[in-house]
Design a protein around this ligand. Structure first.
Ligand code: FES
Length: 680
């Protein structure tokens, strides 16, 4: 008896025998091979493209010869004429298996294709979105069989796709009748399936075969900025990224001032809710326009945000988050619609997923960082620091993960710094100070040259040299310490003490002159004693938070550090270490993860399993509350020194030797400093 032809699919390696004449798509489905289809095998969607491989495949034990698939047929020819098929490609629903064959499923034809992240980490996102499209042919209404259009859509989904039960979003219901008639009873529907008990929900429909794609927005809702990534939900590709300032800034710069605004002003929470929702709706339109798509194609949104932003987005008064025990209205992940959040520029049925919060001070943004960086899957002990106005800090490995949030304030973002500014062209973002001459050289955003390179003046003529951004101020303070302009307590020495006229008196303290542009009408850029204090406060809060987690974990050191946050991506690890922002580790163990919270939002947008994973992980994470922990204050005070009063930094000492200088504000020189230390 002759055997049925053997088919081997790559890259999955799945194999099986099928009667001659079986369409490749049918074989793929029976074997559980990941081969896409929207039209259900009608030869019109082209999602099922495959590439047969010809030759001897000893690895698979078969010879795949041309002729093992049926002839190229009229449906394929029609598609090729209309849209073009790549050479060697066939439509899996049309090509039939006639003999042993090896068939490759290219990445574009896989539903669960993997999207490589742009960031340094090699982590990939596997596509498994909650919303999928299905093309169906619906029975026409019949007076003798009185059923509604929705019921006949459900019947078509059951017969043609094996989907037994659906629910219909109310806002979609009103649109269905004209769509069905326009499409001549052939339509494409979008079903949103959260993988829970409830049946898939019909959230959008189009006449005929819909080929315009469907999209999702991953939104990182921060206290200062709102960033969104518009993602193609079929391919996982980010087609546009954009951001705007959070308009709630007018109610208060930081989180606690917004909570107080809500406390002091009746209806203040509602004002802030309306402002942020309107901004998100505007951002959604702008980003769709930038990408050249209709906003009606945005069918899903995911949000990550800190607890105060979370409550204000949901329309919940954040007052409870301003006082112990910092009770959240809910910490669970939420499934809502754009209509619930009154995001008026998006389809009312667009599905919203908000990641779970970890605790009253540790929000969905920290959960997103955990999802992106996966400390729970790290064999070595990793400290993940998401640097922003608040620092989200995670410490853990496969056995346990701890989390806290630390109020670093806006200094790391260039705010509350005398010459500080946001990262924009003209801002100094890197600086080096010669320890011998104490002369600085620097780079500004928008120009790759250093200030002592030929052509720097011409190259920066357009932008000017306008101030120092967050990464610039961190480097400036660290370089001042390395060059001996600053002592371990954070005092700037006088010209006499430091040997440079760039140390200039300013009241009872000193400031270091980085750049004097006054001759050309530009600013005089200095690092003042006040700036150093602001950075000390911020870095002490960060370090104290990390130490608190290390205490809780019972360790004195960590194996590696990941700097996350849009700003974390630009921090120089060496300078962060000199400042004592992060615990001492070998420099090659400090990596940058870019905007990890935003990445977490993208992962949750593209992958349902990731949502389940972070919901479970959040329940396992141990929260440490910095606000009520007495040791936080101790750690904070000790961390005020640069790099630290008591913790040694042996790894740092292998790379730089920090000068043993000590100044005092009155200019007492080294002796004065020593005297003060003895007294202290
Ligand atoms: S499944 Fe749609 S073209 Fe083959």
């Amino acid at each position: 008896m002759t055997k049925d032809p053997l088919v081997v699919f790559t890259p999955s390696g799945k194999r099986g025998r099928f009667p001659a004449g079986t369409p490749v798509l049918t074989a793929a489905r029976q074997l559980g091979v990941d081969l896409d289809s929207v039209c259900g095998g009608r030869g019109i969607c082209s999602k099922c493209q495959i590439t047969p491989a010809w030759g001897d495949f000893s690895k698979h034990g078969i010879t795949s010869a041309e002729g093992a698939l049926s002839q190229w047929n009229a449906v394929e020819q029609r598609y090729d004429d209309k849209r073009g098929l790549k050479p060697g490609r066939r439509l899996g629903c049309q090509a039939q298996i006639l003999a042993d064959v090896v068939i490759d499923v290219p990445p574009e034809s896989q539903v669960h294709r993997q999207v490589v992240r742009k960031a340094a980490s090699a982590r990939v996102i596997e596509m498994d979105p909650a919303t999928r499209l299905y093309y169906i042919e619906v029975d026409e209404p019949d007076m003798h069989e009185p059923t509604g259009d929705v019921e006949r859509i459900a019947r078509a989904l059951s017969a043609q796709w094996g989907i037994e039960k659906i629910s219909t979003d109310f806002s979609t219901l009103s649109l269905l009748q004209p769509i069905l008639r326009k499409g001549g009873w052939k339509i494409t529907v979008a079903l949103h399936n959260t993988d829970t008990e409830s049946p898939p929900r019909l959230v959008a429909a189009w006449p005929g075969l819909h080929e315009g794609g469907h999209f999702g927005l991953a939104i990182d809702l921060g206290s200062t900025t709102i960033a969104a990534h518009l993602t193609n939900l079929e391919t996982g590709v980010v087609i546009a990224s954009s951001g705007i300032m959070n308009p709630q800034i007018r109610f208060g710069e930081d989180l606690m001032s917004r909570v107080s605004y809500a406390m002091m002003n009746p209806g203040g929470d509602r004002e802030m809710t309306a402002a942020v929702r309107e901004a998100i709706a505007t951002l959604a339109t702008a980003i769709a326009q930038e990408a050249g798509i209709d906003p009606s194609l945005i069918l899903e949104l995911t949000f990550v945000c800190n607890p105060v932003m979370h409550h204000l987005l949901l329309g919940i008064d954040p007052v409870e988050l301003g006082q112990a025990p910092f009770a959240l209205a809910t910490s669970s992940a939420l499934n809502l619609t754009a209509a619930d959040l009154r995001l008026t520029t998006l389809p009312a049925s667009a599905q919203v997923y908000i990641l779970p919060c970890i605790a009253g001070h540790v929000g969905a943004d920290a959960a997103a960082v955990a999802l992106s960086e996966q400390p729970d899957r790290s064999e070595d002990l990793v400290l993940v620091v998401d640097v922003g106005t608040n620092a989200e800090i995670l410490l853990g490995n496969t056995s346990r993960v701890l989390a806290c949030s630390s109020p670093t304030g806006p200094a790391f973002e260039g705010a509350q710094i005398s010459s500080g500014q946001r990262a924009a062209p003209g801002a100094i973002d890197a600086i080096r100070i010669d320890p011998a001459t104490k002369e600085p050289r620097f780079r500004v955003i928008g120009c790759d040259l250093w200030s002592d390179d030929p052509g720097f003046a011409e190259a920066t003529a357009a932008t000017g040299i306008t101030g120092i951004c967050g990464s610039g101020i961190i480097e400036a303070v660290a370089e001042m310490r390395i060059a001996g302009l600053l002592d371990s307590k954070g005092l700037i020495g006088s010209a006499e003490q430091t040997g440079t006229a760039r140390s200039r008196p300013e009241g009872r303290t000193h400031a270091y002159l980085v750049h004097d542009g006054s001759a050309d009408g530009g600013p005089v850029i200095t690092v003042t004693q006040g700036d150093i204090r602001a950075i000390q406060l911020a870095k002490s809060a960060l370090y104290a938070g990390a130490r608190l987690l290390m205490d809780e974990m019972g360790v004195d050191k960590v194996d590696r550090v990941v700097l996350a946050g849009a700003f974390g991506a630009h921090i120089s690890p060496l300078h962060a270490m000199v400042l004592g922002m992060i615990p001492d580790v070998p420099l090659d163990k400090v990596t940058s993860a870019g905007n990890a919270a935003g990445t977490g939002a993208r992962i949750a947008l593209c992958n349902l399993a990731a949502r389940r994973q972070i919901e479970a992980e959040v329940r396992r994470i141990t929260k440490v509350e910095t606000a009520i922990e007495p040791r936080f204050q101790e750690h904070f005070v000790a961390a005020n020194a640069i790099p630290h009063a008591t913790d040694g930094f042996p790894e740092l000492a292998k790379i730089v030797t920090l000068p043993q200088v000590a100044f005092n504000a009155g200019g007492g020189g080294e002796d004065g400093g020593r005297r003060r230390r003895r007294r202290g």
